[in-house]
Design a protein around this ligand. Sequence first.
Ligand code: SAH
Ligand code: MG
Length: 193
Amino acid sequence: MVHIQQLEKYAKDNNIPIMEHDGIEFLLDYIKNNNVKNILEIGSAIGYSAIRMCLVDESITVTTIERDEKRYNEAVKNIKDFNLEDRINIILDDAFNVELDDMYDLVFIDAAKSQYIKFFEKFKLNLKDDGVIVSDNLNFHGLTHTTEHIESRNVRGIVRKLNNYIDFLKNNEEFETTFYEIGDGVSISKRKL
Ligand code: SAH
Ligand code: MG
């Protein structure tokens, strides 16, 4: 029998950026308290968050997309170990190539940080009217709040794009967003009434 702690250890040992402890607990509480049943996740990594979300309730199903083949293979193995093949549908592809017809209660964006606006615009089309979009890593280890100069050009680019995403959410006419200083920064966006 595999344990969640083993997935956490694997992620730590292999530098896989799974959700932080407080962030995942917050997300799981939200799912439980709001009767979320079908979930779309962008960025599976090794399947950790998909498995944890599924374990909240037997009636929950998750579709999750991962473009990295090695992580995908690890996720497939983990999903099987937890006997969740019937409830987790994992897709190996770039999320921008994936067209889905289903509508979801919750879309969880946790993939390439520079593309969050594009993920949001694409997958809001698969969100039920009363569904929510959850985004992870808006703090990017505190860097989106810093005014200090960031040495790495690459990191600077990601931070700029994440800040653009935060502005996009704040100024969005269609969605109302609440930001939570939990884990690495989590937001929840709902359609305005
Ligand atoms: N949600 C996971 C962690 C995901 S880490 C958890 O908390 O357990 C982010 C993952 O998104 C990485 O594995 C990366 O390969 C994947 N990713 C990034 N951009 C992507 C894209 N455009 N399409 C699919 N997967 C993507
Ligand atoms: Mg994350």
